[in-house]
Design a protein around this ligand. Structure first.
Ligand SMILES: *Cc1c(COP(=O)(O)O)cnc(C)c1O
Length: 397
């Protein structure tokens, strides 16, 4: 059994705050500060360069990758950490295209996060081989999978609406048509159960600062199906993805398996914080996290809809098709979110009109949901958002 009171106790949650934005940046695990201090003082401070061997720094990207593998249905040895998600999207997409060299279409959807689409655009223009980025509505992806498509690059859970694709079904259809799949798990990892191996996904990538609570800018992960692991070319052929980095050969030879997806020197301090965050995940069972997440989102939707008729649910009503977030559309959504933040309920706003709330059972419980609903009801029914101070947009929304 996952003891959610015990997991909640492991986080630093500021006084007077109900944090419904763990889908953007997870909160600080209490012991992460000590872990960072230990790594800085005992390892970096005392060991200096010998830390690469003595403290096992060089193996951190795969050691931490194995801890994440458990949460996304991958076997150990097929996930590696490094860089940011945008970079890993580029790498996975380039590798996937290379596996399907005779086709020219990259299929994605309009619910994808812009960075993923931008990376595809950049790669296409750089390759200059006539590739096309075909962006369809999320509901139309399944029908758009044809023999023309080289790669289907999809984010499983829509960052705006929380709508969830059926990974298993889309991957199966993609494979029937000879399409290679790249799944972005940014809003899935730590939010809903994933079975990459069971779905036979080809590539998957994701970030660790959202539901996994690894801290701002925590490194991303990449998964390569073992079927492709020794065939996929990494595109970013850095020295730490070389088969023998310390032979300092003049020519690149990709390492065996997932190691080839490494690029350069791993961010050891950031990995230490993430590693600490993953200790809390060791206390959990993903199916129970999902069950509680569904209960929390259902409770939230029912409460908000009963009290706030002016808000329109923008997330799927069917919990089975929803990730771990709930979005409501409201024309003055930006101001409404600012008014909520001023009253201790932290959600976020996504243009043009989405008020977004993330639910993370590791530290959000029913009491938090009820308290948040009461504050939202107050802000909405009494138009507390209608003040100039809440209408000036900050750099990060
Ligand atoms: C959050 C997110 C990103 C962010 O990429 P970074 O390189 O980590 O800034 C990219 N893609 C998706 C789908 C996301 O949700």
């Amino acid at each position: 059994m996952t003891d959610f009171a015990a997991t909640k106790a492991r986080f630093h949650l500021p006084e007077g705050v109900i944090y419904l934005d763990g889908n953007s940046l997870g909160p600080l695990p209490k012991h992460a500060s000590d872990r960072m201090a230990q790594v800085m003082q005992n390892e970096w401070g005392e060991m200096l360069i010998t830390g690469w061997n003595k403290a096992g720094w060089m193996d951190q990207p795969t050691r931490v990758g194995d801890r994440i593998a458990r949460l996304i249905g991958a076997q150990p040895g097929h996930v590696v950490m490094g860089d940011t998600l945008s970079i890993k999207v580029y790498q996975a997409l380039a590798s996937a295209l290379k596996l399907n060299e005779n086709r020219r279409v990259i299929l994605s959807d309009s619910g994808n996060f812009p960075s993923d689409l931008y990376m595809a655009e950049g790669l296409i223009s750089f390759l200059d081989q006539g590739h096309e980025l075909r962006v369809v509505a999320p509901e139309e992806v399944e029908d758009a999978i044809t023999d023309e498509v080289a790669v289907m690059m999809i984010t499983e859970v829509d960052y705006r609406t929380g709508r969830m694709h059926d990974m298993k079904r889309l991957t199966a259809k993609a494979h029937q048509h000879g399409v290679v799949t790249v799944w972005d798990l940014a809003h899935t990892a730590g939010a809903t159960p994933v079975d990459l191996a069971g779905a036979d996904a080809d590539f998957a990538v994701g970030c660790t600062y959202k539901y996994l609570n690894g801290g701002p800018g925590a490194p991303a992960f990449i998964y390569v199906n073992p079927r492709h692991a020794n065939a996929a070319l990494p595109a970013l052929s850095g020295w730490l993805g070389h088969d023998a980095p310390f032979d300092f050969e003049l020519n690149y030879r990709p390492a065996k398996g997932i190691q080839r997806m490494r690029v350069g020197t791993p961010p050891i301090l950031a990995l230490a914080a993430l590693d600490a965050a993953l200790d809390i995940w060791d206390m959990t069972d993903m199916a129970q996290v999902r069950a509680k997440s569904v209960a929390l989102t259902e409770r939230f939707i029912a409460g908000v809809e009963a009290a706030c008729p002016m808000l329109r649910l923008a997330s799927p009503r069917d919990a089975a098709q929803r990730g771990s977030q709930v979005s409501f559309a409201f024309p003055e959504g930006y101001a409404a979110i600012q008014a909520l933040i001023a009253r201790g309920v932290i959600g976020d706003f996504r243009a043009p009109d989405i008020m977004r709330f993330g639910f993370t059972p590791l530290y959000i419980d029913e009491g938090d949901v009820d308290a948040a609903v009461n504050i939202i009801a107050d802000v909405m029914t009494n138009r507390l958002w209608d003040a100039d101070a809440y209408k000036t947009r900050a750099k990060v929304t």
